[in-house]
Design a protein around this ligand. Structure first.
Ligand code: NAD
Length: 348
């Protein structure tokens, strides 16, 4: 895969954005697009008749162009980018349709369901010379940024673990998946592991399974051991059916390097302890850059800002597709390992 080269938007006007998908997360993105001074919300589309119209009305946007056809809205409104908030099964089709019309894409995770789909999407971005990035909102959480800086003090890393234990019954679609933890949630932790460690995946051994007490028909729990570049071993253990105390939704973390160990509970400030004779500093969370958004969805505003800056300057945002496909590859290789029982190389 080559690195990103995409056309910038130089016109002296706000960037025009269309939202695809008017479900839960589409409703979280709309206020972000409305709040950004350099963006104009130009339309909203959803395949379910009336859904985009109802979502727009709920925000007082009675005149916003809406519809069920993405191509009609793209042709009619000529946006600079779409925010792809559709279900994962539609990500490939929606993203490639936009890119082929010269429209950049900021997509919700995961990039796609399969690695083959994702590769085709990256090719479509290259061929159209448009920016295609995936929003991984955890990367922008202030606690994760502080933990990443703290882990940066530890020197070469040897081991990193994250645990994710949530007793979750909220989303009906999870009950339709064969491996609901790996297929839906794990990418947040896998991508965070890449962000925090600066390392990329090499190979994985994973077991995905169903504890006796779970309420899910599928394998809602998993343990994966990743070999990462530099010899780091990253271990993930998690469950959607935690019978006891939950972790945070960003997990609970531990990293060990030559100079010491850093811990993070996934919410507050990280803590660090130096190895004998070493000095390491635990970084604190910085002040919230968007204090007025207290009730908005964490990390979206920062991701939008990076994407808009990217479209204006040519600087690739975090989550740019050539990079983000490596996080998806962690998921697809873990699934393959779980199905075959074999240690599996992680390739993009
Ligand atoms: N970053 C996060 O923490 C986070 C949280 C929730 C959801 N998500 C992601 O956001 C995406 C959407 O999740 P959701 O919870 O909003 O789902 P949802 O089911 O509430 O909404 C999805 C919407 O997309 C519409 N849709 C489906 N195919 C379409 C198409 N081809 N064109 C236009 N619209 C289409 C559906 O009709 C539905 O209204 C998923 O990829 C999910 O993983 C991310």
């Amino acid at each position: 895969m080559t690195s990103a080269t995409f056309a910038t938007v130089d016109a002296d006007r706000p960037l025009r954005a269309v939202i695809a998908g008017a479900g839960f997360i589409g409703g979280q993105w709309a206020p972000e697009l409305l709040a950004h001074p350099g963006v104009e919300l130009a339309g909203w589309v959803d395949v379910a008749p009336g859904r985009a119209r109802a979502a727009a009305r709920a925000l007082g946007l009675d005149d916003l162009p809406t519809g069920t056809s993405l191509t009609s809205l793209l042709d009619g409104e000529e946006p600079d980018f779409i925010v792809n908030c559709t279900v994962p099964q539609a990500h490939h089709e929606v993203t490639v349709t936009a890119l082929r019309r010269g429209v950049s894409v900021l997509s919700e995770k995961p990039m796609a369901v399969t690695l083959d789909e994702a590769r085709a999407m990256v090719r479509a971005a290259d061929e159209s010379r448009r920016l295609f990035a995936v929003s991984q909102n955890r990367r922008h959480l202030r606690g994760l940024v502080a933990y990443r800086r703290t882990v940066g003090e530890l020197g070469p890393l040897g081991m990193m673990t994250s645990e994710f234990f949530i007793p979750y019954r909220g989303a009906a679609f999870l009950s339709t998946l064969e491996h609901p933890l790996l297929q839906d949630m794990a990418i947040h932790l896998f991508d965070a592991a890449r962000a925090v460690s600066g390392a990329d995946p090499v190979a994985v051994y994973c077991e995905s399974f169903r504890p006796a007490w779970t309420w899910y028909p599928g394998a809602c729990s998993a343990t994966a051991i990743f070999e990462m570049t530099g010899g780091l071993r990253y271990t993930f253990t998690g469950s959607w059916s935690a019978p006891g105390p939950p972790t945070s939704w960003t997990g609970s973390w531990r990293a060990a390097g030559t100079r010491g160990t850093a811990l993070w509970d996934g919410e507050g400030d990280p803590v660090a302890e130096p190895a004998k004779g070493e000095v390491v500093r635990a970084h604190k969370r910085e002040d919230d850059p968007y204090p007025e958004r207290r009730r908005r969805f964490g990390g979206l505003a920062e991701g939008l800002e990076e994407f808009v800056t990217g479209l204006r300057t040519g600087r690739a945002p975090q989550g740019e597709c050539h990079d983000n496909i490596r996080s998806l590859a962690m998921v697809t290789a873990a699934l393959e390992s779980a199905r075959t029982g074999m240690r599996t190389p992680v390739t993009v």
